[in-house]
Design a protein. Structure first.
Length: 318
């Protein structure tokens, strides 16, 4: 059950992630961010719910689309911006860029550009937790549905089940691997049937039902902490921007109008705001808090960009 305060925090986290990603998008064409970016605009539900349930002692690994997971784990907005700008003050020392984020203090153990590459890393971290009988922490392994087409995903499921590891695999399924939809890639055999073949608890969440996700994710955490083995949560979601880059690419027509309209109505910010309004939250609250959040994030970006330009000048880079 999500309390009213938690619901407010959930909305503000989702709005924060949306704003961070939008500001990155708006400034990308300046050319100061010298790495590809995979934005989570539209996919804020999972990391926002994660932020309500995560403990600082838990660990997490992520994918090429990792900004939101890093922020959901309590990562620093400024360190993220600095990382994108190649600054030593970035969360990865300015060496990783958008797809290689790491923050050991927050338990964010890394993201990677290679599809499915962080899955076995997460399982390895979970094995370490498993070997320490005094350790009740768990590992969250974030992946996209495309990663379930890699053999290492099934090897990792098997190992996690055999070793009864304290990990949760969270699959964000946005229906497309770049431009290719699910069916040509995965056929008629559902991911649910594949996962249940390992006798692993599987949960499916659709239509951005954040209350259901929160409840089932919480139950999964209890299941894993109690030593009952791994769980898999698959969440249907939608990215509003292109697979890689700052632009909207709906004009390419690889996603039909009905599909886009459906997910437009299921925008998580819209759903959360409507529910808060129904609870009696005034519109003035949103105006004031969103203004505060936007100003803070914009200032952080401006300062990060300023330091980037200062560094370029020192290194005599045009």
């Amino acid at each position: 059950m999500i309390s009213n305060n938690e619901l407010i925090n959930l909305y503000l986290k989702a709005f924060t992630i949306r704003t961070v990603e939008s500001i990155i998008s708006d400034n990308f064409k300046k050319g100061y961010v010298r790495c590809p970016v995979h934005l989570s605009i539209g996919q804020e539900m999972v990391p926002s719910v994660f932020s309500l349930l995560d403990k600082t002692t838990d660990l997490a690994v992520s994918t090429h689309r990792s900004h939101a997971h890093y922020l959901g784990k309590g990562g620093s907005i400024r360190k993220l911006f600095d990382e994108l700008h190649g600054l030593s003050s970035g969360c990865s020392g300015g060496n990783g860029g958008s797809m290689h984020l790491i923050d050991l203090e927050k338990g964010f153990m890394g993201s990677t550009a290679i599809v499915a590459n962080s899955i076995p890393v997460g399982v390895g971290l979970s094995e370490t937790q498993n070997l320490n009988i005094k350790n009740s922490s768990i590992t969250s392994i974030f992946l996209g549905e495309g990663a379930t087409e890699e053999g290492v995903f099934y090897e990792s499921l098997n190992y996690a089940k055999v070793r009864n590891l304290p990990c949760i695999f969270i699959i964000e399924n946005n229906n497309f691997s770049v431009y290719t939809p699910l069916e040509p890639r995965q056929g008629e055999l559902s991911l649910e049937n594949k996962i249940k073949g390992f006798s692993i608890n599987y949960i499916f969440v659709d239509k951005h039902d954040y209350k259901f996700l929160h409840r089932k994710w919480s139950e999964s955490i209890d299941h894993v902490r109690d030593g009952k083995g791994p769980c898999v949560i698959e969440v249907m979601t939608h990215r509003f921007r292109e697979h890689c880059g700052p632009n909207v690419d709906d004009h390419l027509n690889y996603r039909d109008k009905e599909f886009l309209e459906k997910w437009g109505e299921l925008d998580i910010l819209k759903l959360l705001k409507n529910d808060l309004i129904n609870l009696g939250i005034k519109n003035s609250f949103f105006i004031e808090r969103e203004k505060q959040v936007y100003k803070f994030i914009k200032d952080e970006y401006i300062n990060s960009e300023r330091n980037h330009l200062k560094k370029r000048k020192e290194m005599k880079i045009i």
